[in-house]
Design a protein around this ligand. Structure first.
Ligand code: FRU
Length: 485
């Protein structure tokens, strides 16, 4: 083991023991020490589920990336394992960036981006991002002697060698495929496809997909590619998209294209790019297939360049709940909490309320870890605004005039104020499953139709949950909350 990895492991062990758990999420993965961002290497190995993440153990800020590591058998109870990758080689000395994992011949194979710097002929330095692999046993990983195994030199001339990262690996028939986020020299975001028969010798196949319409960003990060209902889903996180109306409001987006693909060909896309989650904080999602055939995704529950108030408490960064993906009849990606999430449920508290009339009513005095279930009968609701308020800083409500479900957060002390919203179908029932953890909320709308995920920073002791309806009345056909344990 390198000195750098040993140092990171012993630092992290000490830090975990000393970290104040009070402000940490109760049922989500969060930084064991220091900083985390993207989920990486979501995979099954030796019958266990493994999840890694971008990690800088030493500071609550982004730094030279390591890979942190957790395992689980149910995606709910996670065991913290020692971190596995440190930037300890010349070819990854600036960081072990995002990547993925696969089980092959009894080994657990990690594929990641090694970031380094090279000297140009004029003496100046420039960054290079290349793809590297490491083989392991679920605990310790050895970087391959011929790393990097996929370099920018293998790409067509007009592809960036600087922005070439986040490999996602999968196997189809007897071939391993790798897609890598990229852009061309005109700042057009794209995804590059490579293939290999043995995991160590790779060849460039094609530009799988690109921002050919000019609307989908300048650099595509963290691509993922899988099949749902016989259709191919290309999920990725484009940088540089323009906000348009209610869409693309965050600095960066994460979303998908649906289409067709055959080995040896480019991806044929059907329809537009769509965001996966309309909240303030959901980025760089990665998926894997469970042994029972479900496609589960986890995202980073934060956004680049957004304030992270938890830094005051000594940590930064958390991941979303595991979510099951499916495709609707009209080819929309749907996300529901993975069924394992129900195992968190403790006592059920029905809320004795069926109509609200120009009023606000407190339902819970101190909401820490809860799943709130609400079914609004919109056809029988006349109020202009009705919904749920949490403490002083969060409202999740129907704006009847705009026909939208709005998530509004208001934490001016942190500079985190603003709304995100999704359209509603007029007159239809509105069903919400809302998960509260100590500093996050995830709202699942109409059983997969939409999702809004945001970080929230309620000021203790203002953690009460109230229902409200203003300028009219609102009808509920179901209301209550599960205590989560
Ligand atoms: C996405 C990302 C990736 C990169 C990683 C670095 O959030 O920017 O493209 O590999 O984070 O930590």
């Amino acid at each position: 083991m390198s000195e750098l990895l040993e140092k990171a492991r012993s630092y992290e062990a000490k830090k975990i023991a000393a970290t104040d758990k009070e402000s940490k999420p109760l049922f989500h993965i969060s930084a064991p020490a220091g900083w985390i961002n993207d989920p990486n290497g979501f995979s099954v190995y030796n019958g266990k589920i493994h999840l890694f993440y971008q990690y800088y153990p030493y500071l609550r800020e982004w730094g030279p990336m390591h890979w942190g590591h957790s395992t689980t058998s149910d995606m709910i109870k996670w065991e913290q394992l020692p971190c596995v990758l440190a930037p300890d080689e010349e070819y990854d000395k600036k960081g072990c960036f995002s990547g993925s994992a696969i089980e092959a011949d009894g080994k657990h194979v990690l594929v990641y981006t090694g970031v380094t710097r090279i000297k140009l002929p004029d003496g100046s330095e420039q960054e290079r991002q290349n793809q590297c692999i490491a083989f392991g046993d679920g605990l310790n990983y050895v970087k391959h002697e011929n790393n990097p195994v996929v370099t920018g030199d293998m790409l067509p001339e007009n592809c960036s060698r600087i922005d070439f990262r986040d490999p996602k690996i999968w196997k189809e028939d007897d071939t391993y495929y790798l897609i890598v986020g990229s852009k061309d020299l005109n700042n057009v975001g794209q995804v590059v496809l490579c293939s290999s028969k043995n995991l160590t010798d790779w060849q460039f196949e094609t530009i799988l997909a690109a921002n050919s319409t000019g609307k989908i960003g300048t650099m595509w990060e963290c691509p993922d590619f899988f099949t749902l209902n016989g259709k191919r889903v290309l999920m990725f996180s484009p940088q540089g998209m323009q906000a348009a109306g209610f869409s693309n409001r965050n600095l960066f987006q994460s979303g998908y294209l649906i289409g067709e693909w055959q080995p040896g060909q480019r991806f044929i896309r059907h329809g537009e790019f769509r965001e996966m989650d309309n909240g303030h904080d959901f980025y760089a999602p990665q998926s894997f297939a469970t042994p029972d055939g479900r496609r589960i995704v986890i995202g980073w529950l934060d956004m680049w360049e957004s304030p992270l108030p938890e830094q005051q408490d000594g940590w930064a960064g958390m991941l979303s709940l595991p979510r099951e993906l499916s495709l609707s009849a009209d080819d929309r990606l749907q996300m529901r909490p993975a069924k394992e999430v129900e195992s968190l449920r403790g006592a059920w508290f029905p809320w004795p309320v069926s109509t609200l009339n120009n009023q606000q009513t407190t339902m819970v005095d101190n909401c820490e870890a809860m799943e709130v279930n609400l079914r609004w009968d919109c056809a029988r609701s006349s109020a202009e605004q009705y919904g749920l308020r949490f403490g002083d800083g969060l409202r999740i409500y129907v704006d009847a005039q705009q026909q939208r479900l709005v998530l509004e957060r208001h934490y001016p002390q942190y500079g985190l104020c603003g709304t995100r919203s999704v359209p509603l179908t007029a007159g239809a029932d509105l069903n919400l499953r809302i998960f509260f953890d100590s500093s996050s909320v995830e709202v699942f709308v109409n059983d997969g139709e939409a999702c809004l995920s945001s970080r929230i920073y309620p000021q203790a002791p203002r953690r009460e949950l109230a229902l409200f309806a203003w300028s009219g009345s609102a009808a509920l056909t179901e209301a209550g909350a599960w205590q989560l344990e």
